[in-house]
Design a protein around this ligand. Sequence first.
Ligand SMILES: *Cc1c(COP(=O)(O)O)cnc(C)c1O
Length: 328
Amino acid sequence: GFVTGGQMGNFTGLAAARNAVLQRAGWDVEQRGLHGAPPIRVLLGEEAHVTVAAAVRLLGLGTESIERVAVDTQGRMLPEALDKSLSRVRGPAIVCAQAGNIDTGAIDPLGEVGRIARDHGAWCHVDGAFGLWAAASPAYRDQVTGIEQADSWVADAHKWLNVPYDSSFAIVKDPASHRAAMALTAAYLPREHEDQRWPAEWVPELSRRARSLPVYAALRSLGREGVARIIENCCERAAQLAELLESAPGVQIVNDVALNQVLLRFDDDDATTDSVIRAVQDDGVCWLAGTTFRGLRAMRVSICNWTTSEDDIERSAESILAAARDGG
Ligand SMILES: *Cc1c(COP(=O)(O)O)cnc(C)c1O
């Protein structure tokens, strides 16, 4: 389904999940709703994106159905912790994995997570809003190994593909549960023939702008290699920035720079980090913002524009270093 964003992609994937896990428990949620339905357990990494919990809420499952699974220092779900949690679940379960932590860029060990979910009969959904694009590049693809074991995925086109907002993909392996969760029919919506694909049957939206057109044009003009080049350039520029900053005094790189994110702290101090962020913003050479990762303030650099050049990174590094030298 072609949806408006990661939020709606997560909603769509989890709606299909809700349909499937309750179907297996002998409950037709589309007909009967959730009143009296077997409770569903939803397992999320501690670092899951906020839109996943919002989707859980919108689907009527309630935040109390969520159980948080411990993560490592990069925000990746720990497979042993997931296995332990799932062992305790008696009824229907949904696992939400993540490809691309918004701060570190880290990707959950999708192969292991997918296998554990399957072994326990749980649905596995992957929020890959930006990280799923790693799969487009032979150089970065190994970070998403095993992703095919999942049941549903989300990838935003309006992030790494650099197309306008409202462009995202919700992909579900089982068309029956996907369609059952989203389908609508009305006599006034004509079809030329019975098996014609009707986009609104796979997404929450009915009327949309033709946002698929720029996405189609981007994919056609870039081709497989062009898309890979965008991904690789952003990741290489992130690595370049990390290299230019890593040995500077007082600068600490918080994450393993494996994708397009660089997370930085200054003097290992929250206040200094915040004032360096403000100084760089005021300088205006590049835009970056702050975040709180595992309880500590950090500068969050996200390299996602296809035009970002080596020179841009050098100038940005100079701006960051100058701000750091002045203590913000
Ligand atoms: C951006 C993002 C989202 C939300 O996507 P929208 O397109 O803004 O709705 C969800 N999950 C992750 C991991 C993201 O990076």
